[in-house]
Design a protein around this ligand. Structure first.
Ligand code: NAG
Ligand code: NAG
Ligand code: NAG
Length: 431
């Protein structure tokens, strides 16, 4: 514990203040460096890809100029490896000067000037995961103040090189310290990852009181295996995790890797669909300067984004795991609408799946659906009548479903979101 008395610290955090600060009513959207650019600090030989102010400025330019910002992608988030190995003479964190010559405050202005927000990274512990200066308990206040003085809008607080007692003290203290700066800052806590992600080690009610979002599980990697492993863990534990989420408090299954090297087009759609169902942060980690059109279309899909950003903020669930390796996911949405995702975990060929809305616990009645990725409309779906869809291996069919009598209302809703109903009804996906 060092010189800090445990009792004194416990007294400091004994009053929990709910985070009713109005931030993150819907899951955050943006971009984070880590999964794609890692700890590349070699600006001599890899100028384009190293962790430097240029990477974040380039990304801000792309977000502002290529239609991302208008869709809600607004946070540009620095991850590990931005720091100098030494704090300054006042004990403050400082960026590595050769890679961030303008400093973070200037970078924040650059990003704010483009209508975007800046996120930064620190670590509750003696060092960051990659060995840069950590935020020990005695440094929490000064680091919160430094970030506020720079104009930071979002803090990812990692948990390498600390023990569970320090984490139990440090995560709530940082929440208080950020609040005390007077600057609204989103607070992302990696705490659950370091204590196993589940109750009783994790108190999700406490987390929701002190953090806006939290990482529950291991880092995502650039592969379909990694995406599947994350979805499997979140679904297996949905009884604990799903009720923890809501406006201002989100589970974070980690970054979107769409546009990188590891996912096929079908798998990329699957990640987007499942992240929308899970009310997950839509934080991309990719190279926005070099993004192919199919990745762009998936990440900019307005219906998938509208589902993710639904104002009720209810996280969805896995409804069914069929023996034939088809899984069905469901999320309730505003205006009596809902989202369905049919995921194939198969590895052979497109699978014809027969079901009905009644089998998926929908009430009797007639519904309409929009196929999120083809844009086609499905009309006159009687809840009790069977339909058949074709699902590609490791792919999804995703539907936005609403009761027929509500179609006028939802159409006006979607008109507001400047969204779908583009396709002609004759391109029905119901076979
Ligand atoms: C600090 O917390 C109070 C109480 O939850 C909240 O009303 C206020 O908006 C917070 N201020 C900042 C800057 O986060
Ligand atoms: C979890 O934290 C809340 C405070 O948000 C507290 O009231 C509750 O007793 C805690 N639950 C457990 C099991 O410790
Ligand atoms: C749906 O189909 C069932 C069985 O065919 C029928 O009894 C019912 O009237 C239909 N409902 C509607 C709303 O069309």
């Amino acid at each position: 514990m060092g010189p800090f008395a445990l009792a004194q610290l416990l007294a400091l955090i004994s009053v929990t203040v709910a985070l009713d600060d109005g931030l993150l009513k819907t899951p955050p959207m943006g971009w984070m460096a880590w999964e794609r650019f890692r700890c590349d600090i070699d600006c001599k030989d890899d100028r384009e890809n190293c962790i430097s102010e240029d990477l974040f400025k380039d990304t801000a330019d792309r977000l502002a100029e290529d239609g991302w910002k208008e869709l809600g992608y607004e946070y540009v988030i620095i991850d590990d490896c931005w720091m100098s190995l030494l704090r300054d003479e006042h004990g403050r964190l400082q960026p590595e000067p050769s890679r961030f010559p303008g400093g973070i405050a200037k970078l924040a202005r650059y990003i704010h000037d483009r209508g975007l927000k800046l996120g930064i990274y620190a670590d509750m512990g003696t060092h960051t995961c990659m060995g840069f200066p950590g935020t020990t308990l005695d440094k929490i206040e000064i680091d919160a103040q430094t970030f506020a003085s720079w104009g930071v809008d979002y803090l990812k607080f990692d948990g390498c090189y600390s023990n569970p007692i320090e984490q139990m003290l440090g995560y709530p203290l940082m929440s208080k310290a950020l609040n005390a700066t007077g600057r609204p800052m989103v607070y992302s806590c990696s705490w659950p990852v370091y204590v196993g992600g589940l109750p009783p080690n994790v108190n999700y009610s406490l987390l929701g009181d002190i953090c806006h979002l939290w990482r529950n599980y291991y880092d995502i990697q650039d592969s379909w295996d990694s995406v599947q492993g994350i979805v499997e863990w979140f679904s297996n534990n949905q009884d604990d995790l799903q009720p923890a989420a809501g406006p201002g408090r989100w589970n974070d299954p980690d970054m979107l890797i769409i546009g990188n090297f590891g996912l096929s087009v079908d798998q990329a759609r699957s990640q987007m669909a499942l992240w929308a169902i899970m009310a997950a942060p839509l934080i991309m980690s990719n190279d926005l300067r070099n993004l192919d059109n199919s990745a762009r279309a998936i990440l900019q899909n307005k219906v998938a984004i509208a589902i993710n950003q639904d104002p009720m903020g209810i996280q969805g669930r896995r409804l069914l795991q069929e023996k034939n390796r088809i899984e069905v996911y469901w999320r309730p949405l505003s205006n009596s609408a809902s989202a369905l995702v049919f995921l194939s975990r198969r590895t052979d060929m497109p699978y014809l799946y027969h079901t009905s809305l009644a089998k998926l616990k929908y009430q009797a009645g007639t519904y309409e659906a929009n196929d999120v990725f083809t844009g086609s409309a499905v009309r006159g779906l009687n809840a009790t009548s069977e339909f058949t869809i074709s699902i590609n291996p490791s792919g999804v069919v995703m539907w936005y479903v609403y009761p027929e009598q509500q179609s006028k209302l939802t159409e006006s809703l979607h008109h507001r979101h400047k969204t779908f109903h583009k396709a002609k009804p004759e391109h029905s996906t119901v076979l």
